[in-house]
Ligand binder design. Structure first.
Ligand code: MOS
Length: 715
């Protein structure tokens, strides 16, 4: 079908929900006007390990407006984990307040409900817990090494003969790269309004995947899934922190069931350091062997990380090292240490974001040893076959990304010798990195509702997809505009309600491809059914309004479904990219500026260059944050996080990211899916950190292997 109009896919239109947001009319989880709602506040433990041996609620109970104080003593019995140390996922149950045991500093130990938010906050501070503290919590990364374990049989991977490959190398790089704990900080705090009404659950919550949130709720309370409705109409940023269900939702529901009123609970910015998700600390050891001509002979990537005492999450840092380069001998391992810390979970490009820092830094170190241009070194080791999955890539334009990026950036002006490009006190460096990110695609349903009003057809699209600030509303409307051939102002998109047709939600860069192919299918079904009813040939073009009239209908509904094809499963489907950074380092103070960056992305069909640009630039900013500022620090004696606000947990600001160019390669990957879409949400963060660190090396000759790279490390 032809492109219909200027609001179809591929056009850089403004966000369709933009005006709602600026008018304050887009309702986020805690903004729904639910009558009679009351407020809950979680209480956090003040020890990292031990037991609660006494609770005094008397002072809190006297506070005006207090309705309920829940601790392990009076909490409803919930479903617990079926096994010791389960792997946690996006639909995992979230039991809470089930015992007197404390596993980490900040774990929820109580929940206070009151008529107002202020009363709940105040009363929460008055509940006194007495602990029997274990004086030796496991809170030190280095001292936990003896507890390291292999999380599963699949966590180690090898191909060829790594040792042999290393012995064939002319040059070897073996280095360790460290990345710190990072915490999520989307603009919208994790919030919920939860109500339990005659066995039926209605939850407004900031979730990336409403379907999985409903599964987690029904699983935790052991109630039928059809009795649970989750609504996330607008989500103010997720990045992985709202993929799974956090425990404030369960506490609010438990309280609502006890007191018979809807309960609102918000995780405070302070609590986000202990009660939502974080990226764990990783130690990554890279070994690379290469021939003098730049041919890789061997590559290993060994990662040591931590998980919680009760759950397993493993960030697959070594993923990139399995598939990015044409290296016959490959070894990737992962070890985890249980620590008295909250369970880590997904943060934007889990695996790639941190793994590519190690891999792409080590590749730069090797290029330097070989005296090869780092762009050429990467191109030399390109492959069109995924040696890990043993499948061809559906499309892979990494070489094009590198070449076009180098050209656009002015890479030929780079001086290969560090310290030779100067401007006054500034040392100037150029750095490059290659990026790759798995581009999943999942089964998605969508419903299209057509209504003939006068001579216009107004269309509503319904699906339980979410828009976490990424532009889902817009690209879904564009898809409907494209395939129904009507202007976008006749289209209303309704998302984020688990009563709507199921989708995989927003996560893992699968949202756009999954949602839009689902919508495309629903639109096509609507049109073809209407044509079939009147024996109109599919090839004949009939305006939607005429189609309804010829069917003597004023309204019509159709559903659609899209899912991965055989071709998809026979290929490795990844998005690719290249990052180029110019960094200026003050030679006396170590202060540095990211002067400019160029990113080239090959991510299939770009549905809307404006929202896609927002995705990439957001990813780049987060990647720069890994280098310039972000790190969470643990207090060494008690296991609390000492970074507990934006005053001490720094994130990049506009001034840090003044000049960023993004180029999308024109591409449609029809093997990936019918519409040719691949993921971009996580591609943008991938390997950004390495490009900046590599630029710092090129400027100063100092190889920075530990993030963040704060100025004192450069003097
Ligand atoms: Mo992403 S870490 O799957 O939200």
């Amino acid at each position: 079908m032809k492109t219909s109009n200027e609001s179809g896919v591929g056009n850089a239109i403004n966000r369709v929900e933009g005006h709602l947001k600026v008018m304050g009319k887009a309702k986020y989880a805690s903004e729904f006007p639910v009558p009679n709602k009351v407020y809950g506040q979680g209480i956090n433990s003040t020890i990292a390990k031990g037991e609660i041996i006494g609770i005094d609620t008397s002072a809190a109970e006297k506070v005006k407006g207090v309705l309920k104080i829940i601790t392990y003593k009076n909490a409803e019995k919930l479903k617990g984990y079926d096994q010791e140390m389960p792997f946690i996922s996006t639909d995992t149950i979230a039991p809470v307040l089930q015992s007197n045991k404390v596993h980490y500093f900040g774990e929820y130990v109580g929940f206070v409900v009151a008529e107002t938010f202020e009363q709940a906050q105040y009363a929460a501070r008055l509940v006194k817990f007495e602990y029997k503290e274990d004086p030796k919590p496991t809170i030190n990364f280095d001292k936990s090494r003896n507890k390291a374990f292999k999380p599963s049989e699949k966590s180690d991977y090898s191909r060829g003969d790594f040792k042999k490959g290393m012995s064939e190398a002319d040059e070897v790089v073996k280095q360790t790269y460290n990345t710190p704990i990072e915490h999520h900080h989307p603009m919208e705090l994790h919030a919920t309004i939860a109500s339990w009404n005659n066995g039926k659950v209605l939850v407004y919550a900031s979730q990336q995947i409403v379907e999985d949130a409903s599964i987690a709720i029904s699983g935790t309370f052991q109630i039928p899934n059809e009795d649970v409705r989750v609504i996330a109409a607008f989500v103010g940023g997720g990045f992985g922190s709202k993929l799974n269900l956090d425990r404030h939702v369960i506490m609010a529901l438990m309280a609502s069931k006890m007191i018979g009123k809807p309960v609102q609970a918000t995780v405070t910015r302070h609590q986000m350091f202990t009660n939502t998700n974080m990226r764990q600390q990783n130690e990554q050891i890279m070994s690379i062997g290469a021939k003098r001509d730049g041919t890789l002979t061997a590559l290993s990537h060994e990662t040591l990380s931590h998980t919680s005492i009760k759950e397993i999450f493993q960030e697959p840092c070594g993923m990139v090292s399995k598939m990015l380069y044409n290296v016959p001998n490959n070894l990737v391992t992962a070890r985890l240490m249980p620590m008295n810390l909250q369970a880590p979970f997904a943060m934007r490009a889990p695996g790639e974001a941190t793994g590519s820092f190690a891999l792409e830094s080590a590749m730069d170190e090797m290029a330097w040893k070989l005296k090869m241009d780092p762009v050429e070194f990467r191109i030399k080791n390109d492959t069109q076959h995924d040696l890990h999955a043993n499948k061809p890539f559906s499309s892979r334009l990494l070489v094009e990304c590198l070449r076009i990026g180098a050209d656009k950036f002015g890479w030929e002006n780079r001086k290969s010798e560090p310290g030779t490009n100067k401007n006054g006190n500034w040392l100037i460096g150029y750095g490059v990195s290659a990026a790759s990110r798995n581009s999943p695609y999942k089964k998605t349903y969508a419903k299209v509702i057509l209504k003939l009003e006068k001579d216009k057809v107004n269309v509503t699209i319904q699906m339980d997809a979410t828009d976490i600030g990424t532009g889902s509303y817009t690209i879904i409307a564009q898809t409907a505009s494209e395939y129904l051939r009507i202007p976008i102002d006749q289209i209303t998109v309704e998302l984020g309600d688990s009563d709507f047709p199921p989708t995989p939600g927003s996560g893992g860069s699968w949202g756009a491809a999954s949602f839009c192919n689902g919508v495309q299918s629903a639109c096509e079904n609507a049109v073809s059914k209407l044509k079939k009813n009147r024996n109109i040939k599919n090839s004949e073009e009939v305006a939607l309004a005429d189609l309804l009239k010829r069917n003597q209908l004023t309204s019509f509904e159709a559903e659609g479904m899209a899912e991965p094809s055989d071709a998809f499963s026979k290929h490795s489907v990844f998005s690719f990219g290249a990052n180029f950074a110019e960094v200026w380092v003050d030679k006396d103070t170590g202060m540095y500026k990211i002067k400019r960056m160029v990113n080239v992305a090959s991510a299939g069909k770009i549905l809307n260059p404006k929202t896609a640009y927002g995705q990439i630039i957001g990813g780049i900013t987060m990647g720069a944050g890994m280098v310039i500022a972000e790190q969470s620090k643990i207090e060494p004696n008690f296991g609390n996080f000492i970074t507990r606000s934006f005053a001490d947990y720094h994130v990049p600001v506009n001034l840090d990211m003044a000049n960023v160019d993004v180029i999308f390669l024109p591409e449609e990957d029809k093997i990936a899916n019918k519409m040719g879409i691949k993921g971009i949400g996580e591609l943008g963060i991938t390997s950004v950190a390495a490009s900046i660190a590599n630029a710092i090396f090129n400027a100063t000759g100092k190889r920075m292997r530990d993030l963040p790279i704060t100025p004192e490390k450069l003097i």
